[in-house]
Design a protein around this ligand. Structure first.
Ligand SMILES: NC(=O)c1ccc[n+]([C@@H]2O[C@H](COP(=O)([O-])OP(=O)(O)OC[C@H]3O[C@@H](n4cnc5c(N)ncnc54)[C@H](OP(=O)(O)O)[C@@H]3O)[C@@H](O)[C@H]2O)c1
Length: 385
């Protein structure tokens, strides 16, 4: 456990920030609860609600984060949970750790009611235009924010970097990227001789895949991430605009049970062994590439030369190589592990703390307003003397 930094800034003591975690029993959600339990920056987080797809628990007086998941598993279904959140005290931050489009559809209502949303769920930020516009309008009306930095690259500094470049007037000419940590892991292991079905089973067990691995193998997950990246760069694009070539054909993935869907992949183990052999004979490697050429957005399994910078990523790595007006001498390269439960939960928690601190300081703003610049300068001089 790292010691306290001697340089840390203490937040104002009197703010209490209410938190609701949806998807609290999942890989990421339960890890986020653990981080809330261990929180030691001093900002006053109070867990007031938890939910999964089967049950919900609301306690205005607060729930112990370490026990919340166990209590949720014993709780009853709560119809109208999404609407009940609107009546909880503010400031309130909803942490959506599901992969549910249904939950993302509630964002406009929550945001318009002044509730911040923190999420690794791609369905809100990559939603089709009507929902995406409603989310943007709700934020503009209330000032509450959707914080989604983990939707692409988990904890990597990707989305905010692109948003900052766009805000500063940069113009993107083209980029190529590996955005699916899961497919990076799967293709990397298949090219080391493992069977595709066995690797997907392993990735699923490790929590690297989406709740249903079809979302990864169909390219949907990568295409949604590409939409989120392009929107961060100011492009008006939606999921249907992305040209998408799946890693595994749709008919094979058409099975609601993840374990059975993975079993069916054995049918293409040999095909992938043959593809890998051909690529190796040509000194090439398979990657699942996301690209934008200034007009066309595409995700597809592609062979690249072994010397290509995207060809030698470690399992689970994401990478982006971006050419823009500001990066014309050499492209901007961002790379590193872009999936995994710990990294995603850490990024979600960082977004949650950023939102909480924002409210903690805002709650103290009355005191700040009364504290004039002259008083500040006098205090500082006195302290320094
Ligand atoms: N795992 C990673 O490496 C990773 C990386 C980047 C981003 N993410 C994102 O993080 C999110 C969570 O992933 P995960 O791996 O933690 O998934 P998970 O283990 O399958 O957990 C999903 C959670 O959401 C709950 N849930 C699903 N539908 C719901 C609904 N309609 N209402 C309320 N709760 C619902 C589930 O409840 P039940 O248990 O009752 O079904 C479960 O608690 C996803 O959006 C994923 O894309 C994950």
């Amino acid at each position: 456990m790292p010691g306290k930094s001697p340089f840390r800034i203490e937040p104002p003591a009197r703010a209490t920030i209410n938190i609701a975690v949806i998807g609290a029993s999942g890989n990421v959600g339960s890890r986020v609860l653990g981080l809330i339990a261990a929180e030691h920056s001093g900002v006053g987080l109070r867990l007031v609600a938890v939910a999964n797809s089967r049950a919900a628990l609301i306690a205005r007086e607060g729930l112990a984060p370490a026990q919340a998941c166990a209590r949720l598993l014993a709780a009853a279904p709560e119809a109208g949970f999404a609407a009940a959140l609107l009546h909880l005290p503010r400031p309130l931050i909803v942490v959506d750790c599901t992969a549910s489009a249904q939950i993302a559809a509630h964002y406009p209502r929550w945001l318009a009611a002044g509730i911040d949303v923190v999420t690794p769920n791609k369905f809100g930020p990559s939603a089709d235009r009507p929902l995406a516009r409603a989310i943007a309008a709700a934020q503009a009306t209330s000032g509450a924010l959707l914080r989604d930095s983990t939707t692409v690259g988990a904890q990597l500094p990707l989305l905010q970097t692109l948003r900052d470049l766009h805000a500063a007037g940069d113009r993107v000419e083209r980029f190529e990227a590996v955005l699916s940590g899961t497919l990076s892991y799967v293709l990397g292991s298949v090219q080391q001789g493992e069977a595709l079905s066995a690797v997907v089973r392993e990735a699923f067990a490790l929590g690297y895949t989406e709740p249903h691995p079809a979302s990864d193998l169909s390219g949907e997950d990568a295409a949604r991430k590409l939409v989120i990246l392009l929107r961060a760069l100011g492009h008006d694009i939606e999921f249907g605009d992305v040209e998408r070539v799946p890693l595994v054909d749709a008919e094979l993935l058409d099975e609601p049970d993840p374990a059975r869907a993975i079993e069916r992949l054995q049918a293409i183990d040999e095909t992938w062994r043959a593809r890998v052999a051909i690529a190796q004979a040509r000194h090439e490697r398979w990657i699942y590439r996301a690209s934008f050429d200034g007009a066309r957005a595409r995700v597809a399994p592609e062979r690249v030369a072994c010397a290509h910078s995207l060809a030698n990523l470690a399992p689970c790595e994401n990478a982006l190589i971006l050419h823009s007006a500001y990066y014309h001498v050499a492209p901007l390269r961002i790379a590193g592990p872009g999936a995994g439960i710990d990294l995603t939960a850490a990024g979600v928690f960082a977004d949650l703390l950023a939102a909480a601190w924002h409210y903690a300081w805002r709650a103290d703003s009355a005191a700040v307003e009364e504290f004039t610049v002259e008083e500040f300068a006098a205090d500082e001089i006195e302290a320094a003397a």
